[in-house]
Ligand binder design. Sequence first.
Ligand SMILES: *[C@@H]1O[C@H](CO)[C@@H](O)[C@H](O)[C@H]1NC(C)=O
Ligand SMILES: *[C@@H]1O[C@H](CO)[C@@H](O)[C@H](O)[C@H]1NC(C)=O
Ligand SMILES: *[C@@H]1O[C@H](CO)[C@@H](O)[C@H](O)[C@H]1NC(C)=O
Ligand SMILES: *[C@@H]1O[C@H](CO)[C@@H](O)[C@H](O)[C@H]1NC(C)=O
Length: 375
Amino acid sequence: MTVQASCRNSLQVWLLLLAVGKLQGRVTAPAYLVAPVEKPFTLTCTVSRERGESLKQVLWLDVQNQTLLTYQPGNRDSVSGQQHVELATSPKDTSAITIRRVGFRDEGCYTCIFELHPSGSKQGQTCLTVTASVTADSNKTAVSGKKASLSCSYNLPEKVQHIVWKHISPQGDHTEVASFAKRSDPMIEPPYQGRVWLTASLSDSKLTIQPVAIEDEGCYTCLYETHPDGQKSGTVCLSTFVLPKPQVSYKTTSQGVIEANCTSVSRPPAEIVWNVERDNRTMGPPATTLVPQADGTTLVISTLTVQSGLLKDVSVKCLVHHKGLESPIAVSMNTKIGKALTILISVTTVAALLVMSLCFCLWKCFLRKEDESRD
Ligand SMILES: *[C@@H]1O[C@H](CO)[C@@H](O)[C@H](O)[C@H]1NC(C)=O
Ligand SMILES: *[C@@H]1O[C@H](CO)[C@@H](O)[C@H](O)[C@H]1NC(C)=O
Ligand SMILES: *[C@@H]1O[C@H](CO)[C@@H](O)[C@H](O)[C@H]1NC(C)=O
Ligand SMILES: *[C@@H]1O[C@H](CO)[C@@H](O)[C@H](O)[C@H]1NC(C)=O
């Protein structure tokens, strides 16, 4: 019984194989292929010829069953077909065609037909899925209070159903920021309304934040929901800067000694150095104190002790370096400027007094003349 059954089974399998062989088993081609969009892609089919058979012609049909390319092997001049494909070089009994630049419309099943003499035509099929991946901006920095734009792109908008942007805070909290779905308007989540915008595009998606706050720091994920390929995503991270506005203050601590503080509040912490022109009469290196602030910025105080005599001769500057600045900010201990300002004020005051007394004189003379003429 069992022997008979298994015999019958194997006979069935054998018959099936024979049938497939007769129909199209003689042509082999990959059943399923994935092609990246906007790149060239080559499709191949191979026929197994039997002794005495010759290959007369090869025909390729596109996804709409239209002629894509046809040629007679060994005859370059016989190639004819659509513009966006070309015949690729291939081994004997194999046919290869290259789609010059794969697009969304190239997705589907292709048929290759080999005309054999004298046995007739044999055909095979190969199916193509077009894919793309998300490209995101490289990491960005933005100055607090200014604008930040984050972009992602996916070159198969035809497959995109909707796009969601999520924020992942440095602490790891995920929050949805904005989304855009096919045939609708961009949606901004309530906490972000009024300072976040999203482009109405299914391919190039740009999230704009203005003004940027320190809490906006972290990574942003753009999630493309595609059909039928599922979710595709990209990530771009944002750092927020608060630029320093340094100040210098100083006081005389003891006879002939001045203590100067250069202070700066910024994010990330600034680096403070002192520039003492040509001279070296500082009392040791500056001392630096870092005080983290509740809002995420850091207060940096650099304290320098100098001999007061020094300030009369040379300029002493505090230089504040920060990643968000093209060049450091210099703050002078303004002794020289102070002197210049004093001179300027004195000169102006003297000039003003002179003008006033001149006016007074003129007025006096005039009055006297008038009085005289009246007499
Ligand atoms: C192309 O032809 C095959 C059968 O040869 C058929 O299954 C398929 O649906 C056709 N495709 C189109 C787009 O007409
Ligand atoms: C972007 O920033 C994140 C976190 O700050 C980091 O993990 C990632 O490596 C950065 N990527 C690039 C390309 O610099
Ligand atoms: C400089 O800063 C320190 C704190 O780091 C403070 O004690 C000192 O009074 C400050 N000096 C001046 C001149 O502002
Ligand atoms: C400043 O003086 C110190 C010693 O007091 C010396 O080691 C240093 O080289 C001097 N620097 C300059 C720039 O003159």
